[in-house]
Each structure stands twice: as structure tokens, then as C-alpha cells.
Design a protein around this ligand. Structure first.
Ligand SMILES: NC(=O)C1=CN([C@@H]2O[C@H](COP(=O)(O)OP(=O)(O)OC[C@H]3O[C@@H](n4cnc5c(N)ncnc54)[C@H](OP(=O)(O)O)[C@@H]3O)[C@@H](O)[C@H]2O)C=CC1
Ligand SMILES: O=C(CO)[C@H](O)[C@H](O)COP(=O)(O)O
Length: 474
């Protein structure tokens, strides 16, 4: 073991932890590592000879191997394991040591841990990390939350390991307390939306008779244009992949039951609590839920009738139309995600920098995409922007794409092809741009059955009226 104290320590050597350690080490730092199952520590260190790694079989040895103030990142399963590791660390640490939780923790857990560790004289950063295995190794996007003074201590390491776009590291101090994990949660919600929109494009192409290789070529081409993004890129690559056993496109052999670990659902709960509409993300989460009910769907497919999907007649223009439907729906999804971030940021007084958040998502993370430059510009031009759709670039884009977007949704609906995220996005757009909705009738209904009162268009706002409606129960 090196006699020099390590610059950084990491607990939790699963896929993310291992790759982050290699990333930090590659930037010139010595890193101590610990994993509950100690064989994994030994295997990891043995698999990486010649690197500045210090493998530790006990937490005591791990803590003692670190330079003061200690900087310890936890990369274990989110939830109770994080609390367990923290409890084990507390008696071993000195005042002002820093614990960083880099997992997908719920932001309210982060707030609780922040207050608890602060009461023990320790410093805490809750940092969302995105980029998967490859991002962790080569440069993730990092969303750290916690005291600004603690961020300053961590900044050199975080900035050196983060992805770079235009020379800028994909990490900024998001805000105090749980702000970092909150923004990571919304990132994941948006990730769900992006993925579902791509899957809806795929289902339309399938119904039009495109082969898997043709679809791969479409996504590869889209990745050269406005839709350029990591998720479009990997979709093209995934569609190209052949199953070694059968030679068939692998994607067509994968069971259509989506998994989820919970960050999308947390986003929905938070949106409901804050009365913010995130219908595209909502549709994406619910699409995963319905997909997972495979047995029920198989039974229903034999009992519930609908049109037989056939878009072959529309095949010629379909690629351009679906491109626009996807692009417009994606704008809506980010509009809703940023609306939620803005609402919570204001409620919690986090002082969030929306342009900065969009800018660090341009690299390293799963939702990295060319069009995040446009969101960055929109918020840098007008940090108080009420709704992203109203920024000049997005307003024009939605005007230009909407005819194709409407045609795609109409085509899907008339062919019985579920496009919940495309259609929810379009409904949001049409609702938001409606000067008058049907809520006048809804208010009448509320007043009718519950004397809930209503306002009138011909009287000042804030005056409430009640009508003695006719009795309907004899
Ligand atoms: N995988 C991904 O692409 C991404 C994951 N994340 C998040 O990063 C974190 C780590 O993810 P990932 O690398 O996938 O690993 P996992 O979420 O699969 O967690 C496995 C690690 O947690 C450790 N662990 C589990 N329970 C305990 C416990 N009670 N005490 C101590 N250690 C425990 C395991 O140790 P042992 O070996 O002993 O079982 C192992 O090191 C998670 O919060 C995840 O949500 C974030 C971005 C992307
Ligand atoms: O955090 C991530 C990327 O940023 C993970 O990849 C994400 O947790 C995957 O979520 P799910 O398993 O729910 O699809």
C-alpha cells in the first residue's frame, strides 16, 4: 500500500463506482477504494495494475488512507444502503471531512442527510451523476448540490473528471441541499420522455414496413442533424445489432417489457405535488408501466378490437413527418421539465441557473443533445423566461413542425398505434396556446354539485359567484 495519503476515496465498486475511480485516477489523483464485498475490491485493484489505487478491506483502513479533509464518494445502491454506509463512516471521520453521495438518491433523502451530517460537523454533497458506464469512465455530467464552500473544495476534482463541451466542464454547482439530486431526478424524467418518443417513432416506422436496417439508417441520419443526441445515436446502433445465435435483429428478439428503477415516478410525484404539467414524461412512465403488463396485453389483444396498423401508404413522407413530430414533442418535454425545475427552484429558493443546467447536460449525460445549445441560449438570453416554448427559436420551430406533428398523431390514432408521448405533447401545446379552454363548464359543474363557486368573465377577477342550480334528484 502507498504511504502517500490518497486525494479521493470511493465506496461501492459496481459499474459506476469502478469507472468513476478509473476516471479520477486518470486525472492524476491517487484514489482509495472500498467495497462491502471485499473480493470485488481485490479483483478491481488487481485488474488495474500500475494505477494510483489503494485497495482497502476495511472502512477503518480506507478512512486512514485518505488525506485531510477527506473526500469520500459513495456509489452504492440508492436508498437504505447510503444511510448504512454513512452511519458506518461517521465514527471514523474528522470534522470537515466531506461525504459525496453520487448515486440516484431521492432529493428529500439528500436534504435529510445534509442536515444530519452537518449536525455531526461533517460536510455533504449530493451529486447526481449521469452518463452510465462509459460516461463515468470518460466524463459524465455531474450535478452537485450542497454548500457553495464545500463545492469549492470539490471543484478541481469534479471539473477534471466531467465531460467537456466547448472546453467547458459539464458540472456546475447546482444549488444548496438537495438541489443537485433534484435536477438529476428531472434529468432522468426527461430521459424517460426522450426514450419513449424515440420508441414511438420506431413503432410508426415498423407499421409502415421499414426493415430494422432501414430504421437504423434513419436514426443514423437523424443523428447528423437537429435531432443529434446520444439516445438517437445508440438507437441507430441498437437497431443495427444482430443476434449472434439467430442472425436476427437483436431488438426484435427483446421482450417488450420495460424496466424502471423509480426516478421517473419520483418526477411525476413531484410534479403532482407542485401542480406542474409534465404530460410527456407522465406518458413515458405510464408507457413503461403498461408495457410491463405483458400477460394482460396478450389477452386483451385477442378481445379488444381496433384497426390493423398499416402505414405503408404513408411510407414515402413518413420519415420527415415523424422527424418533426419527434422534434416538436421533445421541445414540449424539455419545456415541461424546465417548468418543474423552475417551480421547485423558486419554491425552495435554490437560485438555479437554468442556462447553466442546460449547458452541463450538453455533454456526458444520457440526454446529451445538440439542441441543448438552444435551451442554454434561450435561458441565457432571458433567465426569467416563463415557458421555453415562448423563446423565439422554439416558437418558430413549433410553428414549422406542427403540421407534420398533427398529421403523425392523426395517422397513429386512426391506425390504432399508441403514441402516448407524441399525443400528450401535442395536447399540451394546444392547451397552453388556447386563450379559452372548456374549464368554464367544469367550474359550472363544480358549483352545481358542491357550491364551489366560480369567477365571471364580465366581473373583476377574484370575485366569486354561486348559482342556485336546479335540483336533479327527485
Ligand atoms: N448504472 C448506471 O448506469 C447508473 C447508476 N447510477 C446510480 O449510481 C449508484 C451506483 O450504481 P451502480 O454502479 O449501477 O450500482 P448498484 O446500484 O447496482 O449498487 C451496487 C453497489 O452497491 C453496494 N451496496 C449495496 N447495498 C449495500 C449496503 N447495504 N452497504 C454497502 N454497500 C452496498 C454493492 O456492494 P456489494 O458488491 O457488496 O454488493 C455495490 O458496490 C446507484 O445509486 C445508481 O442508481 C447513476 C447513473 C447511472
Ligand atoms: O441515472 C441514470 C442515467 O442518468 C440511469 O441510467 C437511470 O437510473 C436508468 O433509469 P431506469 O432504470 O429507471 O431506466
Amino acid at each position: 500500500m502507498s504511504s502517500k495519503k490518497s486525494d479521493f476515496g470511493l465506496i461501492g465498486l459496481a459499474v459506476m463506482g469502478q469507472n468513476l475511480v478509473l476516471n479520477v485516477e486518470s486525472r492524476g489523483f491517487q484514489v482509495s477504494v472500498y467495497n462491502r464485498t471485499t473480493d470485488k475490491t481485490d479483483e478491481f485493484v488487481a485488474a488495474n495494475p500500475g494505477k494510483k489505487l489503494v485497495g482497502c478491506d476495511t472502512l477503518e483502513a480506507f478512512v486512514q488512507s485518505l488525506a485531510l479533509p477527506r473526500k469520500i464518494q459513495i456509489m452504492v445502491k440508492a436508498g437504505a444502503p447510503v444511510d448504512q454506509v454513512i452511519e458506518q463512516l461517521i465514527p471514523l471521520l474528522d470534522k470537515d471531512d466531506i461525504i459525496i453521495d453520487g448515486g440516484n438518491s431521492l432529493y428529500t433523502d439528500t436534504e435529510r442527510r445534509d442536515a444530519y451530517l452537518s449536525s455531526k460537523g461533517l460536510r455533504f454533497i449530493g451529486a447526481g451523476v449521469s452518463g452510465g458506464e462509459e460516461g463515468a469512465r470518460k466524463g459524465p455530467a455531474i450535478m452537485p448540490g450542497g454548500p457553495a464552500s464545500t463545492w469549492e473544495v470539490m471543484k478541481p476534482i469534479f471539473e477534471s473528471i466531467a465531460a467537456k463541451v466547448d472546453g467547458q466542464p459539464c458540472v456546475i454547482h447546482i444549488g444548496p441541499g438537495g438541489a443537485g439530486h433534484y435536477v438529476k431526478m428531472i434529468h432522468n424524467g426527461i430521459e424517460y420522455g426522450d426514450m419513449q418518443l424515440i420508441c414511438e417513432a420506431y413503432s410508426l416506422f415498423k407499421a409502415a414496413g421499414f426493415t430494422t436496417d432501414e430504421m437504423a439508417a434513419i436514426f443514423n441520419e437523424w443523428n447528423e442533424g437537429d435531432l443529434q443526441s446520444y439516445l438517437i445515436q445508440i438507437t441507430g446502433k441498437a437497431l443495427e445489432q444482430k443476434d449472434p445465435e439467430t442472425g436476427q435483429p437483436l431488438v426484435e428478439l427483446i421482450l417488450d417489457k420495460a424496466g424502471q428503477k423509480g426516478t421517473g415516478q419520483w418526477t411525476l410525484i413531484n410534479a403532482a405535488e407542485n401542480a406542474v404539467v409534465i404530460s410527456t414524461i407522465n406518458a413515458a412512465v405510464e408507457a413503461r408501466v403498461l408495457s410491463s403488463q405483458k400477460k394482460q396485453r396478450v389477452v386483451a389483444s385477442q378481445q379488444l378490437q381496433g384497426p390493423k396498423p398499416d402505414l405503408s401508404a404513408a411510407k414515402k413522407d413518413l420519415v420527415a413527418k415523424v422527424h418533426d413530430a419527434l422534434y416538436a414533442s421533445k421541445v414540449i418535454s424539455y419545456t415541461q421539465g424546465f417548468d418543474l425545475i423552475k417551480t421547485m427552484g423558486e419554491k425552495k429558493q435554490w437560485g438555479l441557473d437554468f442556462g447553466g443546467i442546460a449547458s452541463i447536460w450538453r455533454g456526458g449525460c444520457i440526454i446529451r443533445a445538440r439542441f441543448l445549445n438552444r435551451i442554454t441560449d434561450a435561458y441565457r438570453t432571458d433567465p426569467a423566461l416563463v415557458n421555453l416554448m415562448l423563446a423565439p427559436f422554439f416558437k418558430d420551430l413549433l410553428n414549422q413542425t406542427q403540421q407534420n406533428w398533427r398529421e403523425v398523431v392523426a395517422l397513429a390514432v386512426s391506425n390504432g398505434i399508441p403514441v402516448p408521448a407524441f399525443s400528450a405533447s401535442l395536447a399540451y401545446y394546444d392547451s397552453y396556446r388556447s386563450e379559452r379552454l372548456s374549464a368554464n363548464l367544469l367550474q359550472a359543474q363544480r358549483d352545481f354539485f358542491g357550491a364551489h363557486t366560480y369567477e365571471r368573465i364580465d366581473k373583476p377577477e377574484g370575485q366569486f359567484f354561486h348559482t342556485e342550480w336546479p335540483e336533479v334528484i327527485g
